[in-house]
Design a protein around this ligand. Structure first.
Ligand code: P6P
Length: 340
């Protein structure tokens, strides 16, 4: 085949987001574009640190000293510092919530902007030492009318977010983003230092063949979860069972679900009423992306994006993925079972 000429029409994340801004017309001030540019820079910085983590002994527990004899920072603490500093410096944020920080950060007046960012700077970080894919997850609210930045600005349903995304650090750095008009995936070209559009308009298949649950929790599962899983593991005659794929890193499990279809779940169970995943900066952004890609995201008894948070670190049960697969699951949750 003739040599494939490199495209001269590289669509970088910045260019693509700008096009989105122009599509919105005068309503868009360019602030979100600049905020997303700041987030993009943090992803490049974190990717670099994750990539060389093992080489410069960056992983391991805080308190150790690294080769330079400096006080060792865990990679997730370092990633948090990178994000807080960049988001504050952008001048576009008013409230920040991080998985790493007990309390919300209210940005000082001179640097205050009109967006609130909730994020997990390095989700799945318990997997770092094994070289498993990990990621940054973020969601963005516009500050409420007349507010100068209070925690209440982020205690709002996920459907009020204006954007959500994640960056997965694996064989390459993949940034997946929605600003409310579909989902697009970008791959970091490290030589250019640019995220290039590689997965335009991601649409999750209406049904998949993969389920992604931690079945080590099976003894705690409520009956509807168990009955649903049995329905795809021991299907009716003539149907093939689903495959099991569970990485234990939400960004990696959700990324595969968006691209291949199927269902990801971290249910509420007898041991953990609301499951393990955090509502604000894990469930909401991933539910936002899943719905924007044509899928569904539910707690089993309600749409995740309709939940009104009461605290910034609360958890919620999560089932998300292909529309038909999640609807199959909901049938088991909507049939009141005698033991519930
Ligand atoms: P378990 C990682 O620690 C995390 O927060 C998510 O990234 C992941 O989906 C989940 O926890 C894995 O939890 O209990 O299956 O190890």
């Amino acid at each position: 085949a003739e040599e494939q000429l490199p495209s001269t029409d590289l669509i970088t994340l910045t260019r693509h987001v700008l096009a989105e801004q122009f599509r919105l017309g005068s309503a868009a001030t360019g602030d979100l574009t600049l905020l997303l540019t700041a987030i993009q820079v943090t992803s490049k910085f974190i990717a670099t640190n994750v990539r060389k983590a093992r080489l410069i002994n960056l992983v391991g527990l805080a308190g150790e000293t690294n080769v330079q004899g400096e006080e060792q920072k865990k990679l997730d603490v370092l990633s948090n510092d990178i994000m807080v500093n960049a988001l504050r410096a952008s001048g576009k944020t008013a409230v920040l919530v991080s998985e790493e920080l007990d309390d919300a950060i209210i940005i000082e007046e001179k640097l205050r902007g009109k967006y609130c960012v909730v994020f997990d700077p390095l989700d799945g970080s318990s997997n770092i030492d094994a070289g498993v894919n990990i990621g940054t997850i973020f969601g963005i609210y516009q500050i409420q009318e007349g507010s100068e930045g209070v925690v209440a600005d982020v205690l709002r349903p996920g459907h009020e977010m204006v954007a959500a995304g994640y960056t997965m650090y694996g064989s390459s750095a993949n940034l997946v983003l929605s600003t409310g008009n579909g989902v697009n995936g970008y791959t970091l070209d490290a030589s250019l230092g640019e995220f290039i559009l590689t997965h335009p308009n991601i649409q999750i298949p209406s049904r998949g063949k993969i389920y992604s649950f931690n079945e080590g929790n099976s003894m705690y599962f409520h009956e509807p979860t168990t009955n649903y899983l049995n329905s795809i593991k021991f299907p009716a005659a003539g149907k093939s069972p689903y495959s099991a794929r569970y990485i234990g890193s939400m960004v990696a499990d959700v990324h595969r679900t968006l691209l291949y279809g199927g269902i990801f779940g971290y249910p509420g169970d007898k041991k953990s009423k609301n499951g393990k995943l955090r509502l604000l900066y894990e469930a909401f952004p991933m539910a936002f992306l899943t719905e924007q890609a044509g899928g569904l995201a539910t707690t089993g008894t309600g749409r995740i994006l309709d939940i009104v948070p009461t605290s910034i670190h609360e958890r919620c049960p999560v089932f998300l993925g292909s529309k038909d697969d999640v609807e199959d699951l909901l049938k088991f949750y909507q049939t009141p079972s005698e033991t519930e």
